[in-house]
Write a protein that binds this ligand. Structure first.
Ligand code: SF4
Length: 490
């Protein structure tokens, strides 16, 4: 089957004609999409089908076969999942198509937690294609996840989805679909559109062709300066593109001046206040990091969609004489990890001494949620939350290295201070997204034991690396040793 466009391709054309052109005619590699959103989409799709049982899944991606199976099921009047329809060369799949007393109920299912502007266009395209195929729609709805839903357990997902009636939007926009289709076809018969990067590149979905479309960037673009969009525009209007060419007088904020100075001089800038603040902290000191997993469809009773459920922590305990002890927790059993996580954490953290983290809201948020979930542990957890000390704002206020290129993420800062700990050297798990995927693979029943053991090791190494990184960061801020001494070139 050839010469058709899919609903998704038409939506990409609506986002940016160049995106469709590159997708269909370009010979340009597309950046790989993030794995977690795809996984969440699959979870929600399966849950939605469970809420409307008894239907037939059109489980083939091949258009001809999907169309044939759809026709057969339609004739039988059965509920359909992923039904395929083709009208005037536009192919659309309907997530749920449910028979009503007269006609059909169309439900598009999204893993999002709210209605988005692009959903109306999507429903309109579906409705236009289905109407063209002679399907009498009684309703056109968008079902999205209710972020406030709390899973009661027992596989009862009633209430997981909220249904929004988009009949009026679909009716309003459907007459435009033939024009969009003609526009998309015209795009594909012409040369590559001359469209430059802009706000459309990120909305409604991240475009995978940025590397192809973006103009060459200077080594140190003005976008490195945080919260300086207006200033960057003014400087760009003067023909200045590289931070090193900015006149000093144009910068009034201390942070901007520190970044500018470090970048011009090609060396790190660390002021003494960071060390002063840290030297005042008591002993022992704990350095703490959590890993957590999110499910679009909650897996454990008492949890919400997309709630961060912590399953792993690492803690380095540092004594006044510099002695380090490493403690860790990892639950890959597949059951609700929260209670065991909280109990082991309280035992490891003791009752006194500062607990250093990087970006406090994350660990603090999880600790407060655990205190709510387990009232008998609440007092201890809340006390632990009070002991958190955030290294991130200390780094932001007092430290910069040109190689950080405007980022204070631990992954950007660490190579400038402790290149021997760089995350790029890790295998399998290098960031929080990898950790979630590793967790999910481990708790999947058919994952072979050897693979599970490899991933468990990778998770322990990664989380342990995070807290060792915090130790090295704090020590560096206190001693003021220059990053150049550690071999990091700007
Ligand atoms: S990167 Fe931006 S300009 Fe390029 S194709 Fe994608 S949306 Fe269009």
């Amino acid at each position: 089957m050839a010469d058709y466009l899919t609903k998704t391709q038409l939506l990409h054309w609506r986002q940016c004609p160049r995106r469709l052109w590159l997708e269909v005619r370009g010979r340009v590699p597309a950046q790989a999409g993030a794995a977690l959103p795809l996984l969440h989409g699959r979870q929600v799709g399966e849950a939605a089908r469970g809420l409307f049982p008894g239907g037939r899944l059109v489980d083939t991606a091949a258009p001809e076969a999907a169309l044939a199976r759809t026709r057969a099921a339609l004739a039988a009047g059965e509920p359909l999942y992923e039904a395929a329809f083709l009208h005037e060369g536009l192919l659309a799949r309907a997530d749920l198509l449910l028979p009503q007393a007269e006609g059909w109920r169309l439900v598009e299912v999204k893993a999002a937690t709210g209605l988005k502007p692009e959903h109306a266009e999507e429903c309109a395209i579906q409705a236009w294609v289905l109407a063209g195929c002679g399907i009498a729609l009684k309703s056109a709805e968008l079902a999205h996840v209710d972020g406030k839903y709390v899973y009661p357990g027992g596989a009862d997902y009633t209430g997981l989805l909220q249904y929004r009636d988009l009949r009026a939007d679909a009716a309003r926009l459907a007459p435009l679909v033939p024009q969009w289709l003609a526009g998309a076809r015209a795009t594909l018969t012409a040369d590559e559109p001359d469209i430059t990067v802009g706000p459309q590149c990120g909305k409604p979905s991240p475009c995978p062709y940025r590397a192809h479309c973006a103009p060459p960037r200077p080594d140190y673009p003005l976008s490195i300066l945080p919260h300086a969009e207006k200033l960057a525009k003014q400087l760009a209007a003067q023909g200045i593109a590289d931070l090193r060419d900015v006149p000093e007088a144009a910068l009034t904020k201390p942070m901007h001046r520190r970044i500018w100075q470090a970048t011009r001089e090609g060396r790190a800038v660390l002021d003494g206040d960071a060390g002063e603040r840290l030297r005042q902290l008591a002993w022992p000191r704990h350095y703490l990091d959590f890993e957590a997993v999110q499910f679009a469809v909650p897996r454990w009773a008492g949890t919400r969609p997309y709630q961060f459920v912590p399953f792993q922590w690492s803690c380095h305990r540092e004594a006044a004489d510099g002695d380090l002890e490493h403690l860790e927790f990892l639950d890959l059993g597949g059951g609700d990890p929260r209670r065991a996580f909280a109990e082991a954490l309280l035992a490891a953290a003791g009752e006194a001494g500062p607990v250093l983290v990087y970006y406090k809201p994350f660990e603090q948020g999880r600790i407060h949620e655990l205190a709510e979930d387990f009232p008998d542990l609440g007092a201890g957890l809340r006390a632990l939350g009070q002991r958190l000390v955030d290294l991130l704002p200390i780094a932001q206020r007092h430290y910069y290295h040109p190689a950080m290129k405007g980022s204070w993420s631990l992954k950007a800062v660490l190579p400038t201070i402790a290149p021997d700990l760089a995350y790029a050297r890790l295998e399998q798990v290098r960031d929080g997204g990898d950790a979630q995927l590793a967790y999910l693979e481990c708790v999947t029943p058919d994952t072979p034991p050897e693979r599970r053991a490899t991933l468990a090791r990778a998770l322990l190494t990664y989380c342990g690396r995070d807290t060792l990184a915090l130790v090295r960061l704090a020590r560096h801020f206190q001693t003021g040793a220059t990053p150049e001494a550690s071999g990091m070139a700007p």
